[in-house]
Design a protein around this ligand. Structure first.
Ligand SMILES: [Zn+2]
Length: 269
């Protein structure tokens, strides 16, 4: 599943490729993904200039004068920009053809993604989102403040989009390892000092992943449309039964809230 660093990388890639371009044609190759794709897009966006591209959580926001195109990649979505004459591939469901003879295509085999539109840029899916982890609003003290009386496990707490956005399973496991925090601890029982360490670890890990994403940018937007995952620097995620690089203990996997959790019993207390 594409996580925040992948979406940020896609945003940066798209910014260099489609910003200040004008839409020639919008093609809906099917009517719906997770939700119905607004039919009016094919008229609303024709001849419109792409002014800016933003990201909020895992939503890509393509800004036009007439409104904002909101895209979510769901479980398996990817985006690429190709020459307009490139044959359409299976599962490419939505296409924004530009006047410069390129085409932005959204591929989504499992169709959990979304293409939505908002005239004023607001949307109920965006309203409830928590702070951005790389912004100053996610500061030391924030998690501690929000964690008071919370009985849920720390891992579920940091993955809650209403608290902080974009920390998926991989980065939750990695951040907790880096901070030395046991993923099963109750969020309400963790000290302010430990939360401050965790906050910095989350920022570091996401920043590193985004930087690594720069190198696989071609994969995202031009070559094969497969999202690249930053597996090269993972310390615990996907490392079941491997040795912890810090203590040489064994990395354990268990299921927590229906998701795999990987952690080191010795390093994470
Ligand atoms: Zn360890």
């Amino acid at each position: 599943m594409p996580e925040l660093p992948e979406i940020e990388t896609i945003k940066r890639g798209l910014t260099s490729l489609i910003i200040n371009q004008r839409v020639n044609k919008v093609i809906l190759h099917r009517e719906n993904l997770r939700w119905v794709i607004p039919k009016h897009l094919s008229t609303t966006l024709t001849n419109q200039l792409i002014n800016a591209i933003d990201r909020r959580g895992k939503y890509l926001l393509i800004r036009f004068k007439v409104g904002t195109l909101i895209i979510h990649l769901g479980m398996s979505g990817s985006i690429k920009v190709v020459d307009i004459n490139t044959p359409l591939l299976k599962h490419e469901h939505f296409e924004l053809q530009l006047k410069n003879k390129t085409s932005m295509r959204l591929k989504d085999p499992r169709r959990f993604g979304a293409v939505l539109f908002s005239k004023d840029g607001s949307h109920k899916l965006l309203d409830s989102l928590g702070v951005e982890p790389l912004k100053t609003s996610f500061h030391d003290g924030y998690l501690y403040q929000k964690s008071k009386n919370k009985q849920q496990a720390i891992k579920a707490f940091i993955m809650d989009n209403k608290i902080v956005v974009g920390i998926g399973n991989i980065y939750a496991c990695e951040s907790l390892f880096m901070a030395g925090i046991n993923p099963k601890l109750k969020a309400g029982n963790i000290s302010k000092t430990r939360y401050n360490v965790l906050t910095q670890c989350i920022k570091n890990i996401l920043t590193q992943a985004i930087e690594a994403g720069g190198t696989t940018l071609q994969d995202f937007v031009q070559v094969n449309g497969n999202p690249g995952y930053f597996t090269q620097n993972l310390s615990v995620y996907g490392c079941k039964n491997k040795k912890c690089y810090r203590c040489k203990g064994i990395i354990i996997r268990f299921v927590q809230n229906q998701r795999s959790t990987f952690y080191c019993k010795k390093c994470q207390t």
